[in-house]
Design a binder for this molecule. Structure first.
Ligand SMILES: Cc1ncc(COP(=O)(O)O)c(C=O)c1O
Length: 396
């Protein structure tokens, strides 16, 4: 037995991993599982981006990269922020990292002291709470529900703020709920935040392009918030580049400098080939990736349509990302075909074992009444999954 650190012992194991392990076990038994648990586009990286990577290899991009990213990539990011978000940053404000996950970890590490509170509207992306805890911060969960469209209200934000509040982290469009804050809703939250000038906001905009309701809004667009916001983004989702591992921030220069220092001691600069490919991804017009967004939109209609025909799923129509997050508390306390369902984790396991459909329990996201379905899957898989679920539930 080795004596591991308190740091790792205190970290929760990702609940998505429990589901992944169970899925693998059932697949090994020859069961035909439909996986709707992964937060990953089922498309390949577009050819024009792949070509740029091949070119970079042939051009001998093989050395260590600048810790905060190639200048050409930083310039592409600066132009992207201007073009898509109306945000003005200079090179000193940009840090490229090994995925948005590392961007988030950098920010937590450089901003938090032990005991500092970070407000996390629930449901939040699984890693937020663990990253905050790793940095010795304290996650403060603000519950939202299907009835409030999973949106935190200004009143809830105000009530969650204490003298120890240091940060607010949220994603819009949201993983896992698909909720999108409008500009007016962000303004109403900003009106609370301006009264508390020490709070820094992490605005995770990695699903920005996968937005079905209209214009994406960024907290940093408000002049009175600009120098208190770290805008996090990356290419994993909209460009189908999860494995390339490139994320980035636009931030006040002092915070960017600190992230650069942190990253310089942990990973150094992000992968050279991937960075070159991302220059091409970001410089190309957004219309080049529209075909994927259109497919997500039609799959959203399909899954919502089929899911709303199943009794017991309370749904709020997702406005972005590629997830549906139904409230399934209707099933709690019921026994279906000999399977006792006490909570969302049981229900998710029931769907895996009896319907052979993999989902993720809402517990993982701080919302214990819900489960998450990813619809980054083929239309045929979505149809078959909903059919199986309907059948499994009618076997009572
Ligand atoms: C909301 C959110 N933020 C950040 C990430 C991390 O993205 P990356 O692949 O760039 O590390 C994810 C990935 O699932 C996500 O859903």
């Amino acid at each position: 037995m080795y004596k591991l650190s308190d740091r790792i012992n205190n970290m929760s194991t990702s609940q998505t991993l429990a589901m992944a392990a169970k899925t693998r076990e059932l697949k090994a038994e020859g069961k035909d599982i439909i996986g709707l648990s992964l937060g990953e586009p089922d498309f390949n990286t577009p050819d024009y981006i792949k070509e740029a990577a091949i070119q970079a290899i042939n051009d001998n991009y093989n050395s260590y990269t600048p810790v905060d990213g190639y200048v050409e990539l930083k310039d592409a990011i600066i132009n992207k922020f201007k073009r898509d978000n109306g945000l003005t940053y200079d090179r000193s404000q940009i840090v490229v990292s090994t995925g948005a996950k590392q961007s988030l970890a950098n920010v937590a590490m450089v901003m938090l002291n032990p005991g500092d509170e970070v407000i996390l509207p629930c449901p939040y992306w699984v890693s937020y709470a663990e990253i905050v805890k790793l940095a010795e911060g304290v996650p403060v969960e603000v519950p939202t529900s299907v009835e409030s469209d999973f949106k935190m209200t200004p009143q809830q934000l105000e009530a969650a703020i204490t003298p120890k509040t240091r940060m607010l982290w949220y994603s819009s469009p949201s993983n896992p709920s698909g909720m999108v804050y409008s500009k007016e809703e962000l303004r109403a939250l900003a009106d609370v935040l301006v009264k508390h000038p020490d709070i820094i906001v992490v605005s995770d905009e990695i699903y920005e392009h996968i937005n079905f309701v209209g214009e994406h809004a960024s907290m940093a667009q408000f002049e009175d918030m600009y120098d208190r916001v770290v805008t996090v983004n990356g290419v994993s989702k909209a460009f189908a580049m999860t494995g390339w591992r490139i994320g980035y921030i636009g931030a006040p220069a002092e915070i960017a400098r600190a992230c650069n220092k942190m990253q310089g001691q942990i990973t150094s600069g992000a992968n050279c080939i991937a960075q070159r490919a991302v220059i091409t991804a970001l410089e190309a017009p957004v219309s080049k990736i529209q075909y994927m967004i259109d497919r997500f939109k039609s799959r959203r209609s399909l899954i919502i349509d089929l899911m709303s025909q199943i009794e017991g799923f309370a749904i709020t129509e997702p406005e972005g990302a590629f997830y549906v997050f139904p409230d399934v508390s209707y099933f709690f306390g019921k026994t279906i075909n000999g399977y006792e369902i006490k909570d969302a984790t049981d229900f998710s396991m029931f769907l895996l074992e009896r319907a052979l459909v993999a989902t993720v329990t809402g517990d993982a996201f701080g919302s214990p009444n819900c489960i998450r379905f990813s619809y980054a899957a083929s239309e045929a898989e979505i149809e078959e999954a909903m059919k199986r679920i309907k059948n499994a539930l009618s076997e009572a």
